[in-house]
Design a binder for this molecule. Structure first.
Ligand code: ATR
Length: 281
């Protein structure tokens, strides 16, 4: 029941109606009997600054930030944590007395999901794609101590730009390759951050076939709809370990929840809620 004491968190984005975060967070608040509610807010570009000011005035406890505001929101915050600053994007804001602080839990969530399968330290990683998700992952993987990173993207200049940004901010030099030239024989972890194979294009051919993979490889597709993409099917053919995008989504949300409330929610509650919604899509 919403009362005069209920605390408010939410998500801003454009569009925002397809976000899977409200049901996951609200399920956790209900389960933990915490007097919070998580609401989606459709915020257009031109209203971003006033939305943040409004959130401060309304004393919201926190916000998730999604496309297209993750970078544009940064100037309106009082502080941005180290990982979010490196990534250059914020997906979580915590409001406290007179202060709005930005965080990025996308990279943290993705790396936590991966580390349940394989410790990333000193590993060689290939990331396919060079957009926002690739960027968050690349910086977080380097923060977590990976040994080598290759970035493979359809538009080579974007991969070069990301590699250049990384070099400018960290003592690390990623390689850049084309999608067709990805070399996996010495690679430990392959991550797809592109939308290739995502609903409604799940029949699209995968960017890499089983013949190029090996059984020691971990293949992580950030896509969660479908749960098993053609890329993951190829990985299974060769006996490689696979990971879809649900755990990343769950862990980034759980980390936002923890930042706002100080409480780590049970993973099962987020997971059950997510699987239920995905089943309805
Ligand atoms: P996100 O924020 O999820 O990373 P994005 O910033 O739009 O999304 O990035 C999408 C990524 O998917 C890009 O790397 C894009 O490649 P380009 O930089 O060449 O556009 C990649 N991508 C999308 N469709 C693709 C396709 N059909 N083949 C190969 N790569 C594709």
């Amino acid at each position: 029941m919403i009362t005069g004491k209920t605390l408010l968190v939410g998500i801003i984005g454009d569009p925002v109606e397809h976000s899977l975060s409200p049901p996951m967070h609200n399920a956790a608040f209900t389960h933990l009997m915490m007097d919070y509610v998580y609401v989606p807010f459709h915020v257009r570009d031109e209203n971003l600054e006033s939305a943040i000011e409004g959130a401060r005035s309304l004393e919201l406890k926190g916000l998730n930030v999604t496309i297209p505001h993750k970078t544009a929101v940064m100037p309106y915050l009082d502080e941005v944590d180290q990982a979010a600053q490196l990534i250059g994007a914020v997906n979580t804001i915590k409001f406290s007395k007179n202060k709005a602080k930005g965080y990025n839990t996308d990279g943290v969530g993705a790396v936590r999901a991966l580390e349940e399968i394989i410790p990333v330290k000193d590993k060689r990683v290939v990331i396919m794609g060079a957009g926002g998700a690739a960027r968050a992952l690349a910086f977080q993987l380097i923060l977590n101590g990976i040994g080598e990173l290759a970035i493979a993207n359809r538009t080579r200049e974007k991969a070069v730009q990301l590699a250049h940004d990384i070099q400018g901010k960290m003592e690390f030099s990623p390689e850049v390759t084309g999608l067709g030239e990805v070399e996996l024989s010495t690679t430990d972890i392959l991550i797809n951050t592109t939308s290739v194979g995502m609903h409604p294009h799940q029949d699209q051919p995968p960017l890499l076939r089983a013949e190029k993979m090996h059984p020691g490889l971990v293949v992580n597709d950030l896509i969660y709809n479908p749960l098993k993409t053609n890329l993951l099917k190829e990985a299974e053919k060769i006996g490689a370990r696979t990971l879809n995008g649900t755990k990343m989504l769950i862990y980034q949300g759980m980390e936002s929840f923890r930042i706002w409330t100080g409480v780590t929610p049970p993973v099962e509650v987020f997971e059950t809620s997510l699987i239920r919604i995905l089943g309805k899509i």
